[in-house]
Ligand binder design. Structure first.
Ligand code: SF4
Length: 342
């Protein structure tokens, strides 16, 4: 098998109490069966305390979240008491592996760091994106369709990472290739875009689609409404942003190529080549809008700010299966999202 990882996979390390958006709050943490059995069999003082914080539900066992949905083992210093008391090996599967993700497609064994983690987003933005490949045990023959989808993703990533081209041209070229490929592989009917929507309409439509998703919290909805209200100002000042030091189109290529890395191979199951490419580039455009808005608001935009906006998109969109599916559907059906703009 061939294992593929982004360059920063091995460099990732959780920054624990230094993290400004800990993943140990805000989510249900489901406990895998093996860990649950170990926790149930631990009669030590800490083991009994841990058992008292487990809730058994029809859909699985979870830790009983405290105030602000904090994990009951997250102490006041934002350190994990389970690690402090019992060592990292006592963590359940999710806590051990998050924010890493793993996907296997026959011959391909893919791994990455989720952008919902501020440190993962920071690493992605810290250097040009490249992937490492090496052979690992467990040879599985290549399925011809999988080979086609993976080569296509490679070509689309090459286009998105082509630092010689403006980012909008990379998107247009990639879209053309995605449409040709979908028509060739799955017959006629690849989604087509509306010709030349104005940028104003384009941004309005993109924001509306984002606002239609289930918000992760009230703050997100308020944030989008404020951005919508200042859209004319964002449009008027985008050019200034693009002439400032804060603008780095090559980072957009890296972001889009990394989103494609994680989400494109599922075209093997649903055949949505165009929608999955559109998902990557329109998500990147949304992140650009967030950058323009923050730059105008603050008068500057640091790498740290950029990583925070990237992380927020990831939490809101790709870390919700429902929102991912809904935005993919929009990327399949909305002719404005599918088309070029001027
Ligand atoms: S979000 Fe990332 S850096 Fe923050 S606590 Fe979780 S794994 Fe660590």
């Amino acid at each position: 098998m061939e294992r593929i990882r982004p360059w920063f996979y091995d460099q990732f390390q959780c920054i624990a109490h230094l993290c400004d958006d800990t993943c140990c709050a805000g989510w249900e943490i489901y406990i895998d069966d093996a860990s649950l059995a170990n926790y149930r069999g631990d009669g030590s003082e800490f083991g009994l305390y841990r058992q008292s914080k487990i809730i058994e539900r029809a859909d699985g066992a979870t830790f009983a979240l405290g105030e602000n949905k904090r994990c009951p083992f997250l102490n006041a210093q934002n350190l994990c008491t389970m690690i402090l008391e019992d060592g990292a090996s006592s963590l359940c599967h999710i806590c051990t592996h998050h924010p890493r993700f793993y996907k296997e497609y026959g011959h391909y064994d893919e791994q990455g760091i989720g952008l919902c983690c501020p440190e993962g987003s920071r690493l992605l933005l810290s250097a040009p994106l490249r992937f490492q490949r090496h052979q690992v045990d467990g040879d599985t023959p290549l399925d011809p369709m999988a080979e086609t989808i993976f080569s296509l993703r490679g070509l689309l990533q090459e286009i998105l990472l082509d630092r010689e081209l403006p980012f909008t041209d990379r998107c247009l070229e990639g879209m053309e290739l995605a449409q040709q490929a979908q028509s060739q592989l799955y017959g006629d009917g690849a989604p087509q875009g509306e010709v030349l929507a104005t940028k104003e309409i384009f941004w309005q439509v993109l924001l509306k689609e984002m606002m239609a998703l289930e918000p992760i919290d009230q703050g997100w909805q308020t944030y989008l409404e404020a951005m919508e209200a200042q859209l004319p100002r964002l449009l008027a000042r985008e050019g200034d942003f693009c002439n400032s030091d804060a603008y780095d189109p090559d980072q957009y290529g890296d972001i889009a190529a990394y989103i494609l890395y994680r989400h494109f191979p599922d075209a093997l199951w649903d055949g949505e080549i165009v929608a999955r490419f559109t998902f990557a580039v329109r998500s990147t455009l949304f992140i650009h809008l967030c950058y323009v808005s923050a730059w105008l608001e603050q008068g500057a935009l640091t790498q740290e700010d950029k990583a925070m906006h990237l992380k927020n998109w990831s939490k809101q969109v790709e870390y919700s299966d429902e929102n991912t599916q809904q935005f993919l559907q929009s990327c399949k059906e909305n002719p404005v999202l599918l088309g070029p703009c001027r």
